[in-house]
Design a binder for this molecule. Sequence first.
Ligand SMILES: [Zn+2]
Length: 92
Amino acid sequence: MVAASSRPIAGARPSECPLCDEWYTQLRTQADKEGIDSRQVIAVSLDDFRRHLGEHLEQIALFTIPPNLDAQSISGFNEHNSHMSGNVVGLP
Ligand SMILES: [Zn+2]
């Protein structure tokens, strides 16, 4: 009667990921390799689902960061460098 409660499959399906199909494919392949019934793996915990979505969001965030930050640190490094070499060259 309460057999369903023994399986902690209250979660999400990898195939529901709106941003890729790879996760689902990957989990199925892995399950096949390990001889696990793939129907068990097709459901993941909500934590796993959130973490997976988080990885997508992280990639998107990194992709959308303007390159200004890099340019600043690089020009700062160059400035520091030229200042140092300028000092050395400027000595009589
Ligand atoms: Zn995904």
